[in-house]
Design a binder for this molecule. Sequence first.
Ligand code: GDR
Length: 332
Amino acid sequence: MTKRALITGVTGQDGMYLAELLHEKGYRVYGLVAGQNNPKAELLAESHPYVEIISGNLLDLVSLIRAVAHAEPDEVYNLGAISFVAYSWENARLTSDVTGGGVLNILEAVRFYQDSSGRQVRFYQASSSEMFGKAQEVPQRESTLLWPRSPYGVAKVYGHYMTINYRESYGMHASSGVLFNHESPRRGPEFVTRKVSRAVARISLGLQKTVTLGNLDAKRDWGFAGDYVQAMWAMLQQDEADDYVIATGETHSIRDLLDVAFDEIGIADWDSHVEIDPTYIRPAEVDLLIGDPSKARTVLGWEPTVSFDQLIRMMVRHDIEDQTAHRDGVST
Ligand code: GDR
């Protein structure tokens, strides 16, 4: 029997990698897309024509009930969220509703479908290392106390515990992946890795001279998004639902990121190319994140395959090609 999966947030970086993985595995893939005339839906239809797009919104429980009934999924991956941490201070209510309350809505829609159809659905929640915030333990693992430092982080904690609660209350096969930062050439340009890789590419082509950033001392555990979607899938193949930290176990500062990105274009001293703008400094910062993925390694057999150095160089090289094509008027 062909397996069926429904992905919320299918137009995002992770949604696209996951859709590809599930398609390769022979799944029928459904993707929830919000909004009228959403340009991201059009792009997805072109690049991933096998994804069946369903219109719906995490804020609208009725639309989710209809989407789940239509997809008749074996697996639901909830990747949809407002995901930019800095934005969440300016839009705290909306972030709480979508990133937090949206999890409750999709869990309810899945529970309703299970009760009415008698079928079992496996559920994945995209939890985040931002939940560790003011990290109470180094490295962070599944049992580390959660101390979020942004409205986004607080909303993710709500979704995380709601997922655990539905597992414990209703026996749902609901798992939560506590994913540390994961990047790729598909990363949105508002996130620091892509902001840097694009700027460095443009600097190498003479299209700009500097990049403007905030806190250069924050440290993150950065992995490759293509590896991380493998872990999502592996969690739903286990007999028992559970929570897993997904990380590389290595941490690097924004300065390290600049070192590698500028090295890729042959610049060793990047000082004159970087400006600091205090408006990019967050009201409360997450200073240090480093995950302990031992449980995922032991139980799921999951390992990251792309190093920090390889990841950043891959992104810079991609952006050089992309910017060159853009400059020369070739559509990519
Ligand atoms: P993060 O990712 O907040 O960790 O959340 P982001 O790339 O935005 O920031 C990482 C760190 O870089 C510092 N920084 C800057 N960040 C941005 N965006 N722009 C800048 O100019 C800049 N200068 C310095 C930040 O202060 C921060 O410390 C990501 C998101 O994908 C979340 O949705 C996800 O849950 C977590 O990763 C895991």
